[in-house]
Design a protein around this ligand. Structure first.
Ligand code: ZN
Length: 317
């Protein structure tokens, strides 16, 4: 059997043939075969309307990106505070290929493999809604209908990923009530937002974890605040510039001006930040200053106390 050497030029021509507009243009029989397959598959998709565009609604404050190589170049834009969602339409089928090798006449065969909008959109549903631990906040439906014009009780068709008995993946289109489906993914998103913000709050309290709080958390906090999920913006959302400009309040005990971020007054020893003071062992558990702790801060104090007692117990054993 003769060895076929594939040059970069041939590879380039093959890739072009995968999206070949005109099969007659190609002299190489392999490329002609590929271009012809491409035209056939595309015609079939059009005839069956399998290439219908799909609309994606993103309720999340971050852009959506699927890791899937050539099939997922899209970046679905984030939802802005004040908006119910960002709207993005996958209009076109995306094409990859499968290398079938050479046939008995040494003709190279590259099979074009389509990923129709329906299948692409199902991947977003799988990752953000179906998957365990998915963030929520994503809804897809077949067609380009304007989501704002859906009336009460309007039905949409949602592509979802399903698996057959052999564990093979396929896409199932389910009919759902638009507003109910939207409410469900919004609820899941809200739960995720609050969970993430809780982590960010805990990190912020901890000197060694504070750098984990990033702009993604700040965007989540702004959206959560806007949606009324949290009564006020966390401290770590404030612009660093406004924090710098803002003078700390004078000490309530001696009225001297403390430095920004000071835990206690250098003049009279009044504790400004009770939680930080306990963490840094400037005060002991049960100190009178602890009467100023909030319920949330008490939780953190108990956590620290438990850890310290555990460490002490271990050392004693
Ligand atoms: Zn003071």
């Amino acid at each position: 059997m003769a060895t076929v050497v594939i040059t970069p030029e041939m590879q380039r021509a093959n890739a072009e043939a995968l999206l070949g507009r005109d099969p007659g243009k190609y002299r190489d029989p392999g490329q002609r075969w590929t271009a012809k397959r491409y035209a056939e598959i595309q015609r079939l998709l059009k005839q069956t309307e399998a290439d219908t565009p799909v609309t994606i609604l993103n309720l999340n404050p971050f852009p959506l990106k699927i890791n899937g190589g050539v099939y997922f170049p899209d970046q679905v834009p984030p939802c802005m505070p004040g908006e119910p969602y960002a709207v993005y339409v996958i209009k076109q089928t995306r094409w990859g290929h499968r290398d079938l090798g050479c046939d008995s006449q040494n003709m190279m065969q590259m099979e074009p493999v389509p990923a129709i909008p329906l299948v692409l959109a199902a991947e977003y549903i799988r990752e953000f809604v179906q998957q365990e631990g998915g963030f929520g906040g994503v809804l897809c439906y077949v067609g380009t209908h304007d989501p704002r014009s859906f009336k009460k009780g309007a039905k949409i068709r949602i592509p979802e990923v399903a698996y057959n008995e052999q564990g093979e993946f396929y896409v199932e289109v389910r009919e759902r009530d638009f507003h109910e489906a939207l409410a469900a993914v919004r609820q899941k998103r809200n739960d995720s937002l609050l969970r993430r913000l809780q982590s960010a709050n805990a990190w912020h309290e901890n000197d060694s974890q504070r750098m984990n709080v990033n702009d993604a958390h700040r965007d989540m906090a702004r959206l959560a605040f806007h949606e009324g999920l949290i009564p006020e913006l966390p401290r770590w959302v404030m612009q660093s510039s406004t924090l710098m400009e803002k003078q700390p309040e004078p000490c309530p005990s001696c009225a001297s001006q403390p430095k920004a971020g000071a835990i206690l007054c250098v003049n009279c020893g009044h504790i400004f930040d009770v939680l930080a003071a306990y963490r840094n062992t400037r005060i002991a558990y049960g100190a009178v200053e602890m009467d100023r702790l909030t319920a949330e801060e008490w939780k953190v104090v108990h956590q620290i106390k438990t850890e310290r007692d555990k460490a002490k117990g271990k050392a004693g054993a």
